[in-house]
Design a protein. Structure first.
Length: 303
């Protein structure tokens, strides 16, 4: 297994540095050794990972997929080693977190509890439905629905998430309840984008292009419009659970589940993950998993 890990590390460094010689300098190896280890990896896998010329390197499709998996595996190993090295050190300093407007409200009491466990820590929680570049924004951690396709970030699943289509009873009594995804085109759909029509994706691969008179880049505004009877909205069960329980909203198309977008913690890929980030991710995963167990449909979504 040691040889396989070395080959994976060499492969990732070659891709990130852009050349065999640059990877060799970073790893303290000669270009010839780097080339042999890369060739041994491709021979073991039985597939070409990188197309090499005298002047350039280009990942094959198989190489791109393998690189993403290697980075996750190596990050897990790095996290485990870091955790062993830092032990039970307390979180300290400033922890800057960003999340959606609606989910930030659920995170707020959890982060308060986490701070009480680590009094040397200060919390900065930024709520925005915009997808923020957390590196440029100076954030330590982002909590989002779905995982970003960004190899510079580490994504850790925190909890399952089922998305639902729902509306107020008043709207459904007035406009009727859709019996199939295709009928959504005849309904007023509340869009969480100000760029025009949206596409709602279902778990079976069905895509429906929906439209309506109301659109906002703020998910909470769309939520309020739904409560006011303006139309159908697509929301996370985490955001509308209380409204569904109280009867303020009702779900439709339950027999046609939407594609899932689980809740992930995302943070920059660094050699050493700060204890405050690692400890916070572990804490949120434990607390959100416990909350998910109280929602039967979320437990089913994980399966």
């Amino acid at each position: 297994m040691a040889d396989e890990l070395i080959q994976m590390r060499v492969f990732v460094r070659v891709v990130e540095s852009g050349s065999l010689s640059a990877a060799g300098r970073e790893l303290g190896l000669s270009p010839a050794v780097v080339s042999r280890r890369l060739a041994a990896l491709e021979q073991r896998l039985g597939v070409r990972l990188i197309n090499r010329t005298t002047r350039s390197l280009a990942l094959t499709d198989e190489g791109a997929s393998f690189q993403a998996r290697c980075m996750r595996i190596l990050a897990d190993i790095e996290d485990a080693e870091t955790q062993a090295a830092v032990g039970a050190r307390a979180a300290s300093g400033e922890l800057r977190v960003t999340s959606t407007v609606a989910f930030a409200r659920r995170l707020s009491p959890l982060l308060h509890e986490f701070q009480r466990l680590h009094p040397g820590l200060s919390i900065r929680l930024h709520a925005s439905d915009a997808v923020i570049n957390i590196v440029d924004g100076g954030f330590d951690l982002a909590v989002r629905f779905g995982a970003l396709a960004d190899s510079s970030l580490i994504a850790r699943e925190l909890a399952p998430n089922r998305r639902v289509i729902c509306a107020s009873p008043a709207y459904l009594d007035r406009r009727g309840r859709p019996a199939s995804p295709a009928e959504l085109v005849h309904h007023d759909c509340l869009l969480m984008s100000d760029a025009g029509p949206d596409v709602w994706q279902f778990a079976d691969g069905t895509n429906v292009r929906v439209a309506g008179a109301f659109a906002s880049n703020d998910g909470e505004i769309a939520h309020l419009w739904a409560l006011d009877g303006a139309g159908l909205v697509r929301k996370s069960i985490w955001d509308v659970q209380a409204d569904l329980a109280a009867g303020r909203l009702e779900t439709v198309l339950d027999a046609h589940p939407l594609a899932c977008a689980h809740i992930h913690a995302m943070y920059p890929h660094r050699r050493f993950v700060a204890p405050k980030v690692r400890l916070c991710v572990d804490f949120l995963r434990e607390r959100l998993a416990a909350q998910a167990l109280e929602m039967p449909d979320l437990a089913a979504a994980r399966d």
